[in-house]
Design a protein around this ligand. Sequence first.
Ligand SMILES: [Zn+2]
Length: 252
Amino acid sequence: LSCPINRTDRGRKTYPDTVVDRAHASGVNKLICVGCDLEDSKLAIDYVAKHDQTWASIGIHPHEAKHFSEDLAKQEKFRALTGSLKVVAIGECGLDYYYNHSDKADQIKVLEIQLQLAEDSNLPVIFHVREALDDFWPIFDNFTSIKGVLHSYTDNLANLEQGLKRGLHFGVNGIATFTKKEDQLAVYKQIPTSNLLLETDAPFLTPIPYRGTINEPSKVEIIARFIAECRGEDLTSLAHATSSNACKLFGI
Ligand SMILES: [Zn+2]
């Protein structure tokens, strides 16, 4: 198993080394540590420099877009990070119209900056798009040959089709274990195995039965078991397939 999404623990700003050990012990061999703003992305890069079998993604989350859209110095520093060792993706980036912590215009601008960067640096993208896919598709389509994953996918079947048409992957996490929405589980069953990734979204979205505790990469095993059962698939084949998808997408 690999863990495509593992955000740094921004609350604590510390990264216990034992997280990686526990992940490896649970069969999660490769981890991507995901940045959500400039500082967070630097922390991800520092963290993965110290740990084998870990890689970094650098991104400006839509929540943070207002602090980035007009700051040219910050944009320049961010751009420079693409050249850092073990950076394998751009993201989280995208649009979040559920929380709207930044104006839509700022969110769109910062998404476009990162899509351009992904194209220039030939890196895949980890997208965070919540209640905003109608606006997202035309922006995405202005760029060519962008590969990536819609992380924490909780949207509908129609948008699953839209994403598949564009060759995107879909990240499924602990939400699957605690959602009360039957149609959500139905969507998870429709994601082709070739486009499926498993993620933790650590430190958030801890799967059942560990709700209320900090999520971490070792928990991706629980998600794998749940999804395999939900889809009626063999756990080992699902684990191999999703790991191989992640390795190919991120080149790890
Ligand atoms: Zn996210």
